[in-house]
Design a protein around this ligand. Structure first.
Ligand code: OGA
Ligand code: MN
Length: 279
């Protein structure tokens, strides 16, 4: 089994061709793919045609796939969720919902957020619908030393429906909403695999910085968000049908764009794999 790889963005993201994940990668290929992901933060595997169970099995090479009941799932495989142009807020106002329309990292309201997310482009629109990414290692590295010293020890409370959120999040049954977790995470986290420090922000889920007055907390969070989402930290993925894009939620943020032509379909299959408590 061999494959080719190329850089996509100037400072993050790489693409791999020549693999058919219907055949599980051997150990050498698997570790080469993981190295590419760790070095590039976002890894695109081109040209796949995978039924949901085969998609899950291939992604299980990179971690333990988890169930996510807030999202629709495929009938063939419970661990494969669906992100689609047909998504509606079924339990709320019934309107179209765009999952991930603002900058975020997946699952930060949980104690143990997923480490990786894998999105597989089953049907992609003729134009638009790109996914944007931002490099949180670089965003951290570029901060002035006094800012780093100030933020290194800080912790942030994240929740599913934060009062700072920018998007309409899908309505969940009342008992599920009541039981929605809240989690406190470091503002700067150390990646368990690479040892590098990254800003850990989620504009959609952060409620406040522990121990700061609300206005001071809001001001610092707004400043860090504006800094880390500057164009120079970004990579924008233009989807091709059959792409699997794997991103590392521990050192990136991402954002969906619902700007594709009205009436066109966008259908993504999605798997997340288990992570650990951020430190
Ligand atoms: C996600 C997500 C972005 C997109 O699946 O977590 O944010 O472009 N998706 O669909
Ligand atoms: Mn997301």
């Amino acid at each position: 089994m061999s494959f080719q790889s190329e850089k996509l963005g100037g400072h993050m993201a790489a693409a791999v061709t020549g693999l058919d994940l219907n055949r599980l990668p051997d150990r050498t290929v698997r570790s080469a793919l993981l190295d590419l992901l760790h070095d590039n933060l976002v890894l695109c595997i081109r040209g796949q045609t995978l039924a949901p169970p085969a998609f899950r099995d291939a992604m299980a090479q990179f971690g333990s796939p988890m169930l996510r009941k807030q999202l629709a799932r495929t009938v063939e495989c419970a661990e494969v969720n669906i992100i689609s142009s047909e998504d509606r807020d079924e339990l709320g106002d019934g309107r179209k919902i765009v999952n991930g329309a603002n900058w975020h990292t997946d699952d930060s309201f949980m104690r143990e957020p997923c480490s990786l997310t894998m999105l597989y482009g089953v049907v992609v629109p003729s134009r638009g619908g790109d996914t944007q990414f931002t490099n949180m290692y670089e965003a951290y590295a570029d901060l002035p030393d006094d800012t780093k010293a100030r933020i290194d020890p800080l912790k942030v409370v994240h929740k599913y429906s934060s009062s700072r959120k920018l998007t309409h999040v899908s309505t969940r049954p009342a008992e599920e909403m009541a039981a929605m977790p809240e989690a406190t995470h470091p503002l700067v986290r150390t990646h368990p695999e690479t040892g590098r420090k990254a800003l850990y922000l989620n504009p959609n889920r952060m409620e406040r910085i522990d121990g700061l007055e609300r206005t001071e907390s809001d001001r610092l969070l707004d400043r860090l968000i504006a800094h880390s989402t500057q164009a120079r930290y970004q990579y924008r993925h233009v989807w091709r049908q059959g792409d699997i894009v794997i991103w590392d939620n521990r050192c990136t943020m991402h954002k969906a764009n619902a700007d594709y032509p009205e009436g066109e379909r966008r259908l993504m299959h999605r798997v997340i794999v288990a992570g650990s408590v951020p430190v």
